[in-house]
Design a protein around this ligand. Sequence first.
Ligand SMILES: [Zn+2]
Length: 111
Amino acid sequence: MHEYNLVEDLLGRVAEIARERGATSVHSVHVRLGELSGVEPTLFRMAYETFRERTLCANAELIIEPAAAIWHCPICNRIFNAGEILRCCNIPARLTSGDDLILQRVELDIP
Ligand SMILES: [Zn+2]
Protein backbone atom coordinates (compact mmCIF):
# COMPACT_ATOMS: atom_id res chain seq x y z
CA MET A 1 0.00 0.00 0.00
CA HIS A 2 1.13 3.51 -0.95
CA GLU A 3 0.66 4.86 2.59
CA TYR A 4 2.88 2.15 4.09
CA ASN A 5 5.82 3.13 1.87
CA LEU A 6 5.33 6.79 2.73
CA VAL A 7 5.29 6.04 6.44
CA GLU A 8 8.46 3.94 6.16
CA ASP A 9 10.17 6.86 4.40
CA LEU A 10 8.88 9.28 6.98
CA LEU A 11 10.08 7.18 9.93
CA GLY A 12 13.47 6.81 8.24
CA ARG A 13 13.84 10.55 7.88
CA VAL A 14 12.69 11.21 11.44
CA ALA A 15 15.18 8.63 12.74
CA GLU A 16 17.96 10.35 10.80
CA ILE A 17 17.07 13.75 12.25
CA ALA A 18 16.86 12.27 15.76
CA ARG A 19 20.27 10.60 15.42
CA GLU A 20 21.90 13.79 14.14
CA ARG A 21 20.65 15.71 17.16
CA GLY A 22 21.37 12.97 19.69
CA ALA A 23 17.73 12.44 20.67
CA THR A 24 16.69 9.40 22.69
CA SER A 25 13.10 9.47 21.50
CA VAL A 26 10.66 11.51 19.44
CA HIS A 27 7.86 13.45 21.09
CA SER A 28 5.78 14.35 18.04
CA VAL A 29 5.86 14.34 14.25
CA HIS A 30 4.08 17.05 12.25
CA VAL A 31 3.29 16.55 8.57
CA ARG A 32 1.44 18.63 5.99
CA LEU A 33 -0.72 16.54 3.74
CA GLY A 34 -1.74 18.09 0.43
CA GLU A 35 -5.34 17.46 -0.63
CA LEU A 36 -4.12 16.21 -4.02
CA SER A 37 -1.34 14.03 -2.61
CA GLY A 38 -3.41 10.90 -3.11
CA VAL A 39 -2.72 9.95 0.50
CA GLU A 40 -5.66 8.85 2.60
CA PRO A 41 -5.13 10.37 6.10
CA THR A 42 -6.86 7.47 7.89
CA LEU A 43 -4.69 4.87 6.12
CA PHE A 44 -1.61 6.99 6.70
CA ARG A 45 -2.32 7.12 10.43
CA MET A 46 -2.99 3.36 10.53
CA ALA A 47 0.30 2.69 8.77
CA TYR A 48 2.06 4.99 11.23
CA GLU A 49 0.58 3.12 14.21
CA THR A 50 1.82 -0.16 12.73
CA PHE A 51 5.35 0.89 11.83
CA ARG A 52 6.28 3.13 14.74
CA GLU A 53 6.59 0.25 17.21
CA ARG A 54 10.17 -0.33 18.30
CA THR A 55 11.35 2.82 16.52
CA LEU A 56 12.32 6.17 18.07
CA CYS A 57 8.75 7.22 17.24
CA ALA A 58 7.14 4.53 19.42
CA ASN A 59 5.63 7.20 21.69
CA ALA A 60 5.46 10.05 19.21
CA GLU A 61 2.15 11.65 18.38
CA LEU A 62 1.46 12.06 14.66
CA ILE A 63 -0.07 15.40 13.75
CA ILE A 64 -1.49 15.64 10.23
CA GLU A 65 -2.20 19.13 8.98
CA PRO A 66 -4.28 19.17 5.79
CA ALA A 67 -3.06 21.53 3.07
CA ALA A 68 -5.36 22.84 0.34
CA ALA A 69 -4.20 22.73 -3.26
CA ILE A 70 -2.90 26.03 -4.64
CA TRP A 71 -2.99 26.76 -8.37
CA HIS A 72 -1.32 29.52 -10.36
CA CYS A 73 -1.26 30.76 -13.93
CA PRO A 74 2.16 29.99 -15.46
CA ILE A 75 1.94 33.12 -17.65
CA CYS A 76 0.71 35.94 -15.39
CA ASN A 77 1.41 34.13 -12.08
CA ARG A 78 -2.03 34.85 -10.72
CA ILE A 79 -3.02 32.65 -7.77
CA PHE A 80 -6.50 31.16 -8.09
CA ASN A 81 -9.16 31.29 -5.40
CA ALA A 82 -10.88 28.10 -4.31
CA GLY A 83 -13.69 27.11 -6.68
CA GLU A 84 -12.48 29.27 -9.58
CA ILE A 85 -12.22 27.85 -13.09
CA LEU A 86 -8.61 26.70 -13.41
CA ARG A 87 -7.86 28.52 -16.62
CA CYS A 88 -6.23 31.89 -17.30
CA CYS A 89 -4.38 33.58 -20.20
CA ASN A 90 -5.98 30.91 -22.43
CA ILE A 91 -4.08 28.03 -20.82
CA PRO A 92 -4.77 25.67 -17.93
CA ALA A 93 -3.61 26.60 -14.45
CA ARG A 94 -0.59 24.86 -12.96
CA LEU A 95 -0.45 23.31 -9.51
CA THR A 96 1.76 25.31 -7.10
CA SER A 97 1.42 23.02 -4.10
CA GLY A 98 -0.95 20.58 -2.48
CA ASP A 99 0.10 17.34 -4.13
CA ASP A 100 2.78 16.46 -1.61
CA LEU A 101 3.42 15.18 1.87
CA ILE A 102 5.85 17.36 3.80
CA LEU A 103 7.58 16.57 7.06
CA GLN A 104 7.18 19.90 8.78
CA ARG A 105 8.44 19.53 12.28
CA VAL A 106 9.79 16.91 14.65
CA GLU A 107 9.82 17.41 18.41
CA LEU A 108 12.63 15.47 19.98
CA ASP A 109 13.46 14.38 23.49
CA ILE A 110 17.13 15.22 23.87
CA PRO A 111 18.73 14.21 27.17
ZN1 LIG B 1 -2.92 34.32 -16.40
